[in-house]
Structure formats: structure tokens, C-alpha cells
Design a protein around this ligand. Sequence first.
Ligand SMILES: *Cc1c(COP(=O)(O)O)cnc(C)c1O
Length: 431
Amino acid sequence: MTDRNQALFERAKTLIPGGVNSPVRAFKAVGGTPRFVQRAQGAHFWDANGQKYIDYIGSWGPMILGHGHPAVLEAVQKAALDGFSFGAPTEREVELAEAIVELVPSIDMVRLVSSGTEAGMSAIRLARGATGRKKIIKFEGCYHGHADALLVKAGSGLATFGNPTSAGVPPEVVQHTIVLEYNNIEQLEAAFKEHGAEVACLMIEPIAGNMNFVRASVPFMTRCRELCTQHGALLAFDEVMTGFRVALGGAQSVYAKLIPGFEPDMTVMGKVIGGGMPLAAFGAKRAVMEQLAPLGAVYQAGTLSGNPVATACGLATLKEIRKPGFFEALSATTQSLVSGLTGAAAAEGVTLCGDSEGGMFGIFLFAELPQNYAKVMTTDGPTFNKLFHGLLDRGVYIAPALYEAGFVSAAHTAQDIADTVAAAREVFKTL
Ligand SMILES: *Cc1c(COP(=O)(O)O)cnc(C)c1O
């Protein structure tokens, strides 16, 4: 049999840089040939060779119901018949905004956009416009999309600002971005002490999914909140990944249970709210959101923003995940996966630990859960790659990079989990 994945990859590489439209898809970190997906249903997809996989990426989070959920499909098909895009407001945008405001109590008003990058970039502009300040704080290992000011890694010291992580980003563009270590209270306090009056916002992934799966500790999150309040900076939660994924109310609802009265000031959303269609959003209290054009002086716009087909998909998805018991069942499935994997590893003498919240999880080739990016990046790469390819060969598709989280959908069955754990146990024997 000819390998159609390989043939497609070769064709793609002549036309598309690296053969892919988003870098991690290229399997560069793990080696081998990316799987070109032909179709998907439920918790599975089939590649160009017709090979079936259990999908633990779910489009990097959006597919919380699994692929091809009948109610979502129907909503999208109906919406498409009524028109793809108008460049004028529609009722579904209002409905989706109402749903978001209802599910996320820290949000009074919301604006819809088309990608998480756009939402994060716009939220930063709004934070700067609303506070009249320049500086932003972010944390190493957190990804907030590829806006210039956010493609930054830590500099050599606190007083110095970050360095661009991408060519094409002049140092001047990131000079107002302060990059700190995740879960490091001391650095956080020092940064606010030195720059507090100039900080427009602190942006954070509350449960970071772009350095595998790392939670902000409760004391750290408490200090983030206190210092932002004390210095008049906005606490911006990037919940593009965690929103409607770790819990119905997002990661902020998880922290609100642990820290009395806890709320962020701004929230950036994406992924699940589009249900697999290009849709994202950012929201905050009314006084902040009213600074946006056309009401206020902060400009922001989008030809396809609030797209009628995407909003139909998002609304249908939210309707399903709001059903009673949805997150309890999803959490239980995800927990059974993580405990199955750690149990199988222990049985084979492989060091492995894991964590999950709702339908998002991480596993690490460590004895203990890491607390920051530097620790995550000490993962034994060759062993991870063996694990990845071993699973892939056995029809289990996890993220092709050790710094990415995993995702379980409501379509994953106990059989899928058992098959995954059995495959993993076979791979663990070879590590
Ligand atoms: C995926 C992601 C983004 C970027 O969203 P895109 O839709 O890919 O632009 C931003 N922040 C976080 C936390 C993400 O996981």
C-alpha cells in the first residue's frame, strides 16, 4: 500500500511552508510523517491511508463533544442554508453573547472575533487603552496566540524585558512585555514592586495547556489577584483552552471555588466556544468593554467576526455542554484515562504522573507534577517521542509534542479508554 500521508506531505511541502498551516502539525518535534485527516466521527479520526485513531487532540480542544455531534451538525447545516456571512449583525451573536455572560459571571460584555490570537491581541490593546498604561506581564510557557507583543521569552533578569521568540518581531515591540516564571511568587512581587504603576494587565493561562498541563498554584493565583488589584492592573485570564473545557464556567470557576470571591477582570476565550469553527471572544466588566469602538477609543474590528455559521456551531456546542451531568461525566472519563495511564506505567516500571481538570489532561515522564516551563522542558525528549510513536502505531493519537496538553471528549467511551491504556501498556514495556 502506498502511504498517502507521505505522498500528501511531500505535495504539501512544495506549496505550504513545512507542509502545514500551523507548525506543531508538522511532527517536527517527534519526527515521522504527519497524519492527513480524511474524516472524523465521535472520538475517532481516519487518516489518508484509512487508518483509524483514537483522537486525544480534538482540534486542540474545540471538539469537546467529539466529531460530528448530530445536534451541532444540524445547527451548522441549517445556518449555512441561511447564509455564510453578512457583515451585519445577527440574532445568534446576541444569543451567544448572552450564553457567555450567563456562564462566566466575571463578564458583563463580550466581543466576538475569529481566533484566539485575535482575541488575546485585542484584549491587550483594550487593557492598555482602558488603563492608559503600556506594560504587560506574561509567564514563560503560556501561549496567548502569535501577536507580536506576546511572542516573548524571559530576558536575562527582571529589570530587562523579554526577548522576541520569533524573527520578525523587533525588540522595541516587546519592550513593554515583562516575562516571569509561572508559579514564582517572589518574581511576581518583585515585578510589581518595580513596574506596578505601569502595568496595564497581567495575562495568564490559569491552567496552562501550552506547557503540557500546569496549574497555577492557589497561593500564586491569589497573589496575582491581590497585586493586580493593589496596582490597578487588569487580571486577564486567557481561557482560550480552558474556557468551557475544564468546567462550564472555565478555569476561573475552578479558582473561585478555591479562593473566596475570586474573579479575573478580563477573559479571553476561543476553541470550545466555536465548537470547531473559527470563533473566539474576549470579555470583561462593562466599564472596560465600553472603551471599545464604536463606543470608545480602542479600535477593534473583523469582517468575519460573529460569523453566522460559527455562532450556530458554538451555540449548539454550548447547549450540549450545559446539560446536567455533562462535566461530571467528562471529568470522570478524563480521570479514568489519566489513572489508567499512570497505573499501566507503574506496572511496567515507567515513571509517569498526570493531572486533569474536566476534559483536559497532561501526562509527564516525571515522578511529580512540574510547576513551570523550565521543568516541563527537562522532559526526556527521545523517551517521549518513543511513547508518542508507539501510541500512534497502535492507533492512539496524542499531541505530537511534549509541551502540549491532551483533550478528552464526551464521545470517548470506556472502551476507548481501555484500548488506549492497553496500547500504552504495550508501549511502556518498550521504554
Ligand atoms: C490556542 C490558544 C490561543 C490561540 O488561539 P488561536 O485560535 O489558535 O489563535 C491562545 N491562547 C491559548 C491559551 C490557547 O490555547
